[in-house]
Design a binder for this molecule. Sequence first.
Ligand SMILES: [Zn+2]
Length: 184
Amino acid sequence: MPSLPEILVKALEDLLDKRDPLRKAERAMARFENSPSPSPSPSPAKTAMAEVETETDAEVVSEPASPGNGGQSPYKKPATRPAIPAAIRHTVWLRDRGQCTWRHSGGSRCPERSMLELDHIKMWCRGGKHSEENLTLRCRRHNQAAAEQELGTGFMAQARKHASEVVGPKESMSDWSPTKQRYG
Ligand SMILES: [Zn+2]
């Protein structure tokens, strides 16, 4: 004969069992696990597919460049260009006296002193380095002119067209610069 406290505890347990969402879920799981379900047996087609997949994996593994071997993979994204060190930027700025260094055909220097950019004399994409000797101050217009001289106007027109498709016509022509980094 159960005592009163035992009856109360049992009643409480039953109540919790019905109300508690966790217990409800546990009950549902128990039902699911106990219910007879057909054991998954792979169909012949599926087995064949698995074999094909295994062969594909083996090919990938046998590639000479495996991931994690220190950037030797041909699929590695090209490294982004590091920022020009501040000391070099300052040196170039002082040397060029904060003015565009572009020389017009008559020999006069471009007077532009605003919107200046550090331009690579030998372009970064062609192996030019972040060095004092390879950097010069140019205004945006002459930055672009220099790039057109280096790469050809056809390439630049194509690049600008591509840029206008990517960023939209509003920003394309005036704000886009192919290789350059604004000073400061
Ligand atoms: Zn200029």
